[in-house]
Design a protein around this ligand. Sequence first.
Ligand SMILES: Nc1nc2c(c(=O)[nH]1)N[C@H]1C(S)=C(S)[C@@H](COP(=O)(O)OP(=O)(O)OC[C@H]3O[C@@H](n4cnc5c(N)ncnc54)[C@H](O)[C@@H]3O)O[C@H]1N2
Ligand code: MOO
Ligand SMILES: [Mg+2]
Length: 666
Amino acid sequence: MSSYQIGVLTVSDTCARGEATDQSGPEIISMIKSHYKALMGKSGENITINTTYKVVPDEVEHIQSLVVQWVHQGYKLILTTGGTGFTPRDVTPEAIKPLIEKRCKGIEIAMLKTSLDVTPHAMLSRPVAGIKSNTLIVTLPGSVKAVRENLAAILPAVPHAIGLINSAPKASTTSEHRSKDYSSNSNSTVTSISSDGCRGHHGHSHSHNHSHQEEKPHSCGDGVHRKRVSPYPMINVDDAIDIILKQCDLLDIGTEMKPITEALGRLLAEDIHSVEPFPPFRASIKDGYAVRSKDGVGKYKILGDSLAGSSSYDPQLLAAQDPKEKYCVVITTGAKIPDEFDAVVMVENTELIADEKDHVSILSSVAVGEDIRPVGSDIPAQSLVLKKGAKIGCAEVGLLATLGLVQVSVHKLPSVSIISTGDELVDYQTKQIPSGMIRDSNSPTLASIIQELNSHFGECASRENIHLHGIVKDKVEDLERVFKDAAARSDIIITSGGVSMGQLDLVKPLLEKMGKLQFGRVNMKPGKPLTFSTITTASDSTANKNKTTLVFSLPGNPVSTVVTFYLFVVPALRKLSGFSNYNLPMVEVKLNDRLRLDPERPEYHRVTIEWDFNQHCFISTSTGSQASCRLLSLKNANALLLLPKSEGYQEKGSMVKAIVIGPLHN
Ligand SMILES: Nc1nc2c(c(=O)[nH]1)N[C@H]1C(S)=C(S)[C@@H](COP(=O)(O)OP(=O)(O)OC[C@H]3O[C@@H](n4cnc5c(N)ncnc54)[C@H](O)[C@@H]3O)O[C@H]1N2
Ligand code: MOO
Ligand SMILES: [Mg+2]
């Protein structure tokens, strides 16, 4: 028995404001139900149709966030009504089009044709139909009459369309995919594995379709009545990142003034302009003599010197001299060129004259301006030197110093709380550990990653405001207390453990209770049970708005913890720190290994990459068995390969994209 979740979305300012009652939405629902009833009557198939009905104003964000959420929740069909006309408030097509992955013009034409048979005004409608993920999305006009016509025109094809969109892929989808076995004889085919977790031999197959359950807090229940299928739809990595980035807009981290010597790695929160020109005077580029270029080669009288920082030359002297003679001033690199001179001869192109120390022989003639830096030639006055949003590197600190700035306005950095969860954990400093227990490695690992990120990719998390909460046992009251404390003090909470299918995996239900669980599973390997939520803490005063905290509940397997951190926490940290490029650098690398692919999930395979001057490209070397509990698979890794989900292998010598996660040489 399959169940269809169908979303009906009425887009209308007046209905949203309650100034008009919506007829079209209810009409759609009744047409859908009666059509399917007829359909089921014929085919005998029994489908349960659940419809969700919402009304939103004519606003792109409102339409998109609901449609995206419904798609993530696995809806089969989404029908909107309203907002497809020509008036300024008609934005439904503009909201839906960017979400569509596959346009379905046939459906649009069917609707237009039907309506045009009725009235030529139908050409003033802008329908959009298309597929996003596994969902068919169709915009219908606003009027009930037009809804009836358009829906009647396409309903006969909709069930079949949905069937095609959700048809199983050709390749066999048995879940017993073989991959590098955890044991040493890696070429033995693993008969079955614990679903994607660390290699175990208590394997069982697991199906990937999920039934959509109402969004209510699910406890995993006790051992016996535990869910057999995760209630959390599996979404893809890009959509997950989109959701995270969107939620970042709810936080306002703010800016602060920092002394320039403490601003390295920070992002500028304002444009930086020069006031004075630099250099502020005409400066010599070389050591030698300042001359008047018109005097050419010959014997020159030395009138004094102008050294960088001090000068004995007095212009009165020149005025008192015989104009027919040639004059010069000793000059050093960086020194001010006296106004009466217009070029520099390098000391290598002169000769001393025996017994005449206040004369010199100039051997080469120079052009006007030779070896002189004009005023402002490095930095013009009143010019934009650094743009808002620029990362302050070493040179930028120097430029700020050159401009005489003592402090600068920079983006503040998000504060972070790190929490390890699990009854089996003891502090890593514990010498004798009781049987069945293990040391917590995730917290020290995560704290170190943040430090390394800050040093290599720009400051993206507060160094002072990173709070290690340590280990929290699998007890709801303990977890709730610590999460509440962390939410009050941090912008971002990073937990590890307790998010899969175990009866002590309490984190997801707790977050559904404490906040809003945005998504609970991602189609990736490792890292599938990654969970992302938001907790809103009411503000104490009406003045400032509620505080939102982003909660990243990473899977407990140490490698899953690290990989999901790089893929999902880093973009949030960077966006909140003011970066415009949220992701870590991406490169293309040539494989030095033949790697088996996972037929169900895209994989982030750990490698060491190095530039090869003979092959003119990065060469990647796998870190070995990729079991997600094997932290060794991250040892010396400085990149994550993006391997596609597919049968078969990624061949040695082929080019693959990789995310750079560490220094390119050790
Ligand atoms: N029946 C199913 N079981 C599992 C599934 C599934 O879909 N069905 N998913 C597997 C996958 S994939 C992953 S990833 C893990 C993630 O599970 P949790 O997030 O609940 O993690 P835990 O169960 O708490 O721990 C997993 C593993 O990692 C060790 N661990 C936990 N915290 C730490 C820490 N701070 N330092 C070091 N090691 C840690 C823990 O002892 C476990 O061995 O679920 C699979 N199961
Ligand atoms: O073990 Mo899991 O593969 O991290 O998702
Ligand atoms: Mg678990």
